[in-house]
Design a protein around this ligand. Sequence first.
Ligand code: GDP
Length: 198
Amino acid sequence: INFRKAYYVQSAPTLRECPPETGAEVAFAGRSNAGKSSAINTLTGNGKLARTSKTPGRTQMINYFFLNDDQRLVDLPGYGFAKVPLATKQKWDKHLSEYLQERQTLRGMVLLMDIRHPMQEFDTMVLNWAVEVEMPVHILLTKADKFKRGKANGTLLQVKKHLQEAQVEDLVSVQTFSSLKKEGVKELERVLNQWLAL
Ligand code: GDP
C-alpha cells in the first residue's frame, strides 16, 4: 500500500455518519497530545493531512483518510483533554467502544502512547475493549526521541512484559516510534499492510 497517497475524505461526528462498510480500515486512537496527528502525517508524508498542534481535544470528529477506494485510515478523536466535560468524555467512551465492537470493516487499531507515560488509565481501558472483541492492537510508543535509545528500549520491554503478563501478546504488539526522527515508519507500515490486505 502506498500510504503517501492518503487523501482526506470526510469527518463524521458519529458512527452513524461513517462511510459505508466496504473494504478495510485501521483506526488510530490515543490520548490528546500523544502524537497521533504527527504520526499520521509522518506515515503519509503529508504534513497537513491530520492537523498538528491544534487545540487538544477540539477535533471531536472521526476523520477518514482514504488510501484508495477500499482501504482507509481512521483518525479517532483524541481522548483525555481535561477541559472536556465528563458527559462528552462518556459519550466518546461509548462511541469508541461501539466502533471497536460494531464496525465491520475495522481490522485493527493503532494505539498511540507517549513513551514518557505509557499505559495510562485510558490506554488500558481501550486495550481491554479491543481485547474483549478480539480486535488486534498495535501500540506506538511515540516521541521515542525524547529518551536515549537504552531507556526507550527499556520502556518497550516493560510494555511487552506487561502484555505477556496480561496474556494478550498474540493480539497486541508494540513498537517505538518517532515522528521527529521518522523512526519506526517501516515497522508500522508492515503491520498496516497485513491488516489492510483485501
Ligand atoms: P495529537 O494530539 O495526538 O494529535 O498530538 P500531535 O501530533 O498534535 O503532537 C502533540 C505534540 O507532541 C506536538 O507539540 C508535537 O510537535 C509533539 N510531537 C509529536 N510527535 C513527536 C515526536 O516524534 N517527537 C517529539 N519530540 N515531539 C513530538
